[in-house]
Ligand binder design. Structure first.
Ligand code: SF4
Length: 399
C-alpha cells in the first residue's frame, strides 16, 4: 500500500497533442509507479466552459483515454475513471458549497484570467465560478494528499486546503471519536500501538515535543494504514478533533513549455500542434512546412538557430551531437533547412511509435477501454463513498 494518493485529471475537449504528453502524461507515467494514482476524465469540468458545445466531450473522451493508455498510463498501476460516473464528486461539491464563502471563489486568480481569455463565451455562470470548488471536491473526496499542478494551479490547491480546514473546524468532532481512535490504534499492531500510546502520553502529560515528532514519524512510516485511520491518529495525538478531510499538498511539476510548430507553446488554440497519435506522413509534412529563421532565404544564406522554431524542437528531440551539427551547419549554411528538420521528424516518430503499438489493441477492441474505465469507476466510487459516509455523518446527514 502506498502512503501517498495522487489525483489528477484532464478535460475531454479535443484530441491530445504532444504538449499534453510532455506537460502532463509523462509525469503521470512516472507518478503511477511511485504513488497510488487516480486519473480522472474531468467531463463535468469540461461542461463548465463547454456547456453549449457538449458534442466535443463524448467524442473526445474515449480517444483521450486511449491516448493515456498509448502514452504509458498503466491500468494495472493507476485507476482511470470518469468524474461524472462517480456522483460523490457532485455531492461533496454541494456539501462544500454550503460553507464556502463567495469571496474565496471570486479571488481565485484563474477566474478573472479565464473570463478574459474566453471572452467569446458567456461564463457568468454559477458552474464556472464554482469550478475551483468542484476541483476541491475532486481532491478531497479521495483524500488525495498529492496533487500534481503547474505554478498557475497552486491557488486551486490552496483553496482546497482552506476548504478542508474549514470543514474540519466545523465538523471535526465526530461522534464516538475516542472509540474510533482506539480501534485505529489497534490496526498499528501490538508493538507500534504500545509505542504510539507511550509517546502520546509523554506528549500530553509532559509536553514532550520530541515524543510528538516521533509519534508522527511512526504514523507516517506505517504503510498498512488507511488514510482515514492515519488522520484520526494524527488528531488523537494532540487531542484535536478528527481531520475528516485531509489537506492536500501541491506536487509542483516543472513547467513544460513544449514548443509548437510555430515556436509558440504547443496549444490547440494556436493551431500549432502535433497530435499524440498523428499519422507519420502528416508529422513529416507539418515539420517540413515549419517556418525557419527568416534570414535563410536561400540555401546559401547562413542562419541563427536561436531565431528558428525548429531549433526549439531539437532541444526536445535531439542529442548533443545532433545539436552541434545543427549549430555548425546552420550558421555556416553547410546544411539546408530540410536536412535540419529530418532528425526532428525522426525523433517525433520514434517517440510516437510505441504509442501507436500500445493503442492498437484498444482500437481493435474498444470494449477493453470501456472495461478499464468501468473497473476504474468502481474502484474510485468505493473510495469516494467511504469519504462521503464520514462527511454525511459529520454534517448530520448520517441517517
Ligand atoms: S538550418 Fe535548422 S536551425 Fe537553421 S534555420 Fe534552418 S531549420 Fe532552423
Amino acid at each position: 500500500m502506498f502512503a501517498d494518493r495522487v489525483l489528477s485529471g484532464m478535460r475531454p475537449t479535443g484530441r491530445l497533442h504532444l504538449g499534453h504528453y510532455h506537460g502532463v502524461i509523462k509525469n503521470w507515467v512516472q507518478l503511477q509507479s511511485e504513488h497510488e494514482c487516480l486519473f480522472m476524465v474531468a467531463d463535468w469540468h469540461a461542461l463548465t466552459t463547454n456547456y453549449d458545445d457538449v458534442g466535443v466531450i463524448e467524442s473526445s473522451l474515449w480517444d483521450m483515454v486511449i491516448d493515456w493508455l498509448a502514452a504509458g498510463v498503466d491500468p494495472a498501476q493507476a485507476t482511470i475513471f470518469i468524474q461524472s460516473k462517480v456522483p460523490e464528486h457532485a455531492e461533496l461539491h454541494l456539501a462544500l458549497s454550503m460553507i464556502c464563502p463567495l469571496g474565496w471563489l471570486e479571488r481565485v486568480p484563474t477566474y478573472k484570467d479565464q473570463i478574459e481569455k474566453l471572452s467569446h463565451k458567456d461564463l457568468a455562470t454559477y458552474g464556472f465560478l464554482g469550478y475551483p470548488l468542484l476541483q476541491a471536491a475532486d481532491i478531497l473526496v479521495y483524500k488525495a494528499n498529492r496533487v500534481p499542478v503547474g505554478e498557475d494551479q497552486v491557488p486551486h490547491v490552496e483553496l482546497t486546503r482552506e476548504m478542508a480546514r474549514r470543514f474540519n473546524h466545523l465538523y471535526g468532532r465526530e461522534p464516538g471519536f475516542e472509540d474510533k481512535a482506539i480501534a485505529s490504534i489497534k490496526k498499528l499492531g501490538s508493538k507500534k500501538s504500545k509505542l504510539y500510546q507511550q509517546m502520546r502520553t509523554r506528549y500530553q502529560q509532559e509536553g514532550d515535543d520530541e515524543a510528538l515528532d516521533a509519534a508522527r514519524a511512526l504514523l507516517a512510516d506505517t504503510q498498512n494504514l488507511s488514510i482515514g485511520d492515519r488522520e484520526r491518529l494524527f488528531a488523537f495525538l494532540e487531542n484535536k478533533g478528527r481531520v475528516i478531510l485531509p489537506e492536500p499538498d501541491a506536487l509542483l511539476t516543472a513547467a513544460s513549455r513544449m514548443p509548437g510548430l510555430d515556436g509558440n507553446k504547443m496549444s490547440k488554440s494556436y493551431g500549432n500542434t502535433i497530435a499524440l497519435r498523428e499519422a507519420p506522413e502528416s508529422v513529416s509534412k507539418k515539420v517540413r512546412a515549419m517556418p525557419t529563421d527568416p534570414a535563410r532565404v536561400r540555401r546559401t544564406d547562413p542562419g541563427d538557430p536561436a531565431k528558428c522554431p525548429v531549433w526549439q524542437l531539437h532541444q526536445v528531440y535531439s542529442d548533443e551531437a545532433t545539436r552541434e551539427w545543427v549549430v555548425k551547419g546552420c550558421t555556416s549554411a553547410g546544411i539546408g533547412c530540410l536536412d535540419c528538420k529530418q532528425p526532428v521528424i525522426e525523433g517525433v516518430l520514434k517517440e510516437q511509435q510505441p504509442m501507436f503499438e500500445r493503442a492498437q489493441k484498444y482500437l481493435d477492441d474498444p470494449t477493453l477501454v470501456k472495461a478499464i474505465v468501468a473497473d476504474g469507476c468502481e474502484r474510485a466510487r468505493k473510495i469516494a463513498n467511504d469519504t462521503m459516509k464520514d462527511v454525511r455523518e459529520a454534517m448530520g446527514l448520517g441517517y
